[in-house]
Design a protein around this ligand. Structure first.
Ligand SMILES: NC(=O)c1ccc[n+]([C@@H]2O[C@H](COP(=O)([O-])OP(=O)(O)OC[C@H]3O[C@@H](n4cnc5c(N)ncnc54)[C@H](OP(=O)(O)O)[C@@H]3O)[C@@H](O)[C@H]2O)c1
Length: 239
């Protein structure tokens, strides 16, 4: 149990597996009540049940595609009903598409920007009035080192994560005096389905639990101090 997190309410988007799941588990184990989403209702519900069983916390799950603004509105209404408040929003849901620009389809471009960038805006837009009612709030955006390091074949992903970094910093400056803290985390390779699909299995990668630990550290900082940006990379990447 944690002094800051006990009695807090959190949403983690894209939390049925990978980094989001580890963050949801860690927040729940630290005393927060947590709502999770993914695009699949059954998986969101069963992941929520599993996290609740392993942590003893209140954890609820619902289907929501963050790239769809109506889904996002419904998700936040669900959280109002099920949790009754909101203190922490972790924008984690994210996807990639890998192809040179000439071969990248318009649908892939839209899917990546819709999930990684529009989705974050929709969720923040819903969260801010709820934070105002609580008197404070915290947004943690899961970006990527691809938000500062361009790579061939990564135009859509790079554009979405570069954009997310700019969005996060501007939002931090917009709302810091409303007691809303905004932080973005830029991981390198993390051992999840997302990364394994693209780059294969290996043991040198960051574990999802390590990103969750960083989230906890960011949240636990004293009121006067904000960690606004974190870069995190495997300590010994493959040569
Ligand atoms: N893994 C890495 O190496 C790495 C490195 C840097 C940054 N990141 C970032 O970390 C975040 C999580 O990545 P991950 O590696 O944990 O990915 P992952 O293992 O593929 O998990 C992604 C999660 O997001 C959900 N999701 C995907 N699209 C969604 C949408 N439109 N609406 C709601 N939920 C959605 C997925 O469930 P459904 O598919 O069922 O919807 C799943 O629960 C992403 O933002 C990614 O860009 C990852």
């Amino acid at each position: 149990m944690d002094k800051f997190l006990t009695g807090r309410y959190a949403i983690v988007t894209g939390a049925t597996r990978g980094i989001g799941r580890a963050i949801a588990e860690t927040l729940a184990a630290s005393g927060a009540a947590v709502a999770i989403c993914s695009r699949k209702q059954e998986e969101a519900e069963s992941a929520a049940k599993e996290i609740a069983a392993s942590t003893g916390a209140k954890v609820v799950g619902a289907a929501a595609d963050v790239s769809n603004e109506k889904d996002v509105q419904r998700l936040f209404e669900f959280v109002d009903r099920e949790l009754g408040g909101l203190d922490i929003l972790v924008n984690n849901a994210g996807i990639g598409a890998w192809a040179p620009v000439a071969e990248l389809t318009i649908d892939d471009w839209r899917r990546v920007m819709g999930t990684n960038l529009d989705g974050v805006f929709y969720c923040c837009h819903e969260a801010l009035p709820r934070f105002r009612r609580r008197g404070s709030g915290f947004v943690i955006n899961i970006s990527s080192l691809a938000g500062k390091n361009p790579m061939a074949g990564g135009s859509a992903y790079n554009a979405s994560k570069f954009g997310l970094n700019g969005f996060s910093e501007a939002m931090m400056m917009d709302h810091r005096y409303d007691n809303v803290k905004v932080c973005y985390i830029m991981p390198g390779s993390v051992s999840t389905d997302f990364n394994i699909r693209r780059a294969g299995v290996s043991d040198w990668k960051i574990a999802p639990e390590d990103i969750a630990e960083i989230v906890l550290t960011v949240l636990r900082m004293p009121e006067r101090t904000l960690i606004s940006r974190v870069e995190v990379r495997p300590s010994k990447p493959k040569k």
